[in-house]
Design a protein. Structure first.
Length: 288
């Protein structure tokens, strides 16, 4: 491949099966991912993880911390600060209960995968250190689902800081993928005093990198990424600081992006509306 676009070899056959009616599309699972930003001398940097090669989905691809919604993320006992759940529901275009679950998943997954916690003792403070054995034990309990995020916040006397997140984009996994996610992308700044952890159970490498450098490495085929990742990286490159990016999040379009496949002139054409760079032309007689 000329760039680092993630493209599973089984996709063409699955696209044909979907078109023929022999493949039933899976229902997307709600998910959230966070583009964690920090300021550097050359401009903002984003925290990225390389997914382990043993992962069933997007193995070896660079991504942001994130994951699926835990059924308990919509627990009304979650201690909450920032814009109301209804405000988030209007911004995300979903029912209030779903909005809370998505925002909660974004904060929880960032803590689980990166060790960064967007929460504080009061609505206008944030934890300044999440290192140490007890914090690690809490992370592992959350990952194992032995502890819900509501329980974690209650035990720690913390409130979720939803105001530290900015909704950025929404992408839905193509219908021909066996594992599908309806994923909301958020931007957030690394809280003062906190640092990221490099011990994610789902990643074999973590890196802070400028969006422009990451996109250039993708263009050279050095970093593999899924279309939503590289697309959001390219939009981040326009901002001069983490603060500017968060301020810009309010104007971002959250219309879902869903890949489309069609038969055209003897080829299967795979495209993502509004993102022409990801278009693939697949001969109908071959497998890739």
């Amino acid at each position: 491949m000329s760039n680092g676009q993630w493209y599973p070899p089984e996709w063409p056959d699955r696209i044909r099966a979907l078109a023929a009616g022999t493949l039933t599309a899976a229902t997307p699972r709600r998910a959230a991912t966070v583009m964690l930003l920090r300021n550097a001398p050359g401009g903002p940097e984003v925290h990225m993880l390389r997914r382990r090669t043993s992962m069933a989905f997007a193995a070896g691809a660079y991504a942001y911390p994130g994951g699926g919604v835990d059924p308990r993320d919509d627990d009304r006992q979650v201690r909450w600060a920032g814009p109301t759940r209804q405000t988030w529901a209007e911004r995300l275009g979903v029912p209030e209960k779903d909005a809370q679950a998505i925002v909660c998943a974004a904060v929880r997954e960032t803590f689980e995968e990166a060790g960064v916690l967007l929460a504080g003792p009061t609505p206008d403070t944030v934890v300044d250190d999440t290192t140490g054995e007890q914090w690690q034990a809490d992370r592992q309990a959350l990952i194992a689902r032995d502890l819900s995020f509501a329980e974690f916040l209650e035990q720690r006397g913390l409130v979720l800081r939803s105001d530290l997140l900015g909704a950025w984009a929404r992408w839905i996994t193509p219908e021909f993928e066996p594992r599908r996610y309806d994923t909301w992308f958020f931007a957030a700044a690394l809280p003062t005093g906190q640092r990221t952890s490099d011990d994610s159970s789902e990643a074999d490498r973590t890196v802070w990198i400028s969006p422009g450098q990451a996109a250039s490495a993708y263009d050279r085929g050095e970093l593999t990424m899924m279309p939503p990742t590289i697309a959001t990286l390219r939009t981040l490159a326009a901002y001069g600081s983490a603060h500017d990016a968060l301020a810009g999040a309010a104007g971002r379009d959250l219309t879902p992006v869903l890949a489309q496949a069609r038969l055209e002139a003897g080829e299967l054409v795979l495209s993502w509306p509004g993102h022409d760079e990801f278009t693939k032309h697949i001969p109908t007689g071959g497998s890739n």
